[in-house]
Design a protein around this ligand. Structure first.
Ligand SMILES: [Zn+2]
Length: 265
């Protein structure tokens, strides 16, 4: 589909449908391409957000889409909504189910509804054979149990997906990696407080690492507190290359190959 050089970076997790981009979305996307970002995976958080994301992907060749219902919205989600997600996922530019998961930090939805909506969407992903994009905050133990059960029931589905904005420790990373998941890191790795995560970052094998912005949220240190955008993924990649002691080119090539392998383009 794309003609990008293999050392172009991929922003594997953006929310380009967010209102923060309404005034200058085209410029933001153009700027990403000008600064060496090849593909952008834009991630829906609900049905409407998913529809908007698909419309964007229809306008831009290098935008691909993940479709799913965020755990924040779990309490109001019905099985009919999951059927709507399944229909959206039939679009040729949809490459994953996400973001889905558990968020016990904000707890916008009761935990039992979060578990239920996550399970429905994991089942859907297995049924239609798409990888999953996992959101997890303060729920690593619980989500590892759910994912362990799911991956054991579908051992043929490799790789199963990605843990987005991974923030766990080395042992947590090991457990996700053992199940076959990729780990994706964002701009927060450039924050001074994150220096204690460097050993964990170095423990991730080169064939399991991806980069993302999660924009408009989580801008890297130099833009911290401001709107994040896909072109800033390079600051995360530069920091990662330094932490891992590899060249920027090698880091870009590895993370882009990983994204292509997982999302299949
Ligand atoms: Zn996100």
């Amino acid at each position: 589909m794309t003609t990008e050089p293999t050392n172009a970076l991929v922003d594997t997790h953006a929310h380009l449908d967010a209102g923060e981009f309404d005034a200058d979305r085209d410029e933001v996307i153009a700027r990403a391409h000008d600064t060496g970002i090849g593909t952008i995976i834009t991630v829906g958080t609900g049905i409407e957000s998913g529809q908007h994301s698909i419309e964007l992907a229809e306008r831009y060749q290098d935008i691909l889409v993940a479709i799913g219902i965020h755990p924040h919205a779990a309490s109001t989600t019905t099985e009919a909504d999951i059927s709507a997600i399944a229909r959206l996922a039939e679009h040729p530019k949809v490459v994953a189910i996400g973001e889905i998961g558990l968020d016990f930090y904000r707890n916008y939805s009761p935990r039992d509804s979060q578990f239920r909506v996550l399970q429905w969407q994991l089942d859907l992903a297995a049924q239609i054979n798409l990888p999953v994009v996992i959101h997890c905050r303060e729920a690593h133990e619980e989500i590892i149990n759910v994912l362990h059960d799911w991956t054991s029931r579908h051992p043929e589905r490799q790789p199963p997906g990605v843990i987005h904005c991974f923030t766990g420790d080395t042992e947590t990373a090991r457990q996700y990696l053992e199940m076959g998941f990729y780990l994706s890191l964002g701009g927060y790795i450039t924050y001074p407080a994150n220096s204690n995560a460097h050993d964990t970052i170095r423990s991730i094998p080169p064939d399991r690492l991806m980069v993302e912005t999660d924009c408009p949220y989580l801008a890297p240190q130099r833009y911290r507190g401001r709107r994040n955008e896909p072109s800033y993924v390079r600051y995360t990649a530069e920091e990662l290359a330094q932490i891992r002691g590899v060249s920027f080119e090698a880091l870009a090539r590895e993370t882009t190959e990983n994204a292509r392998r997982l999302f299949g383009w």
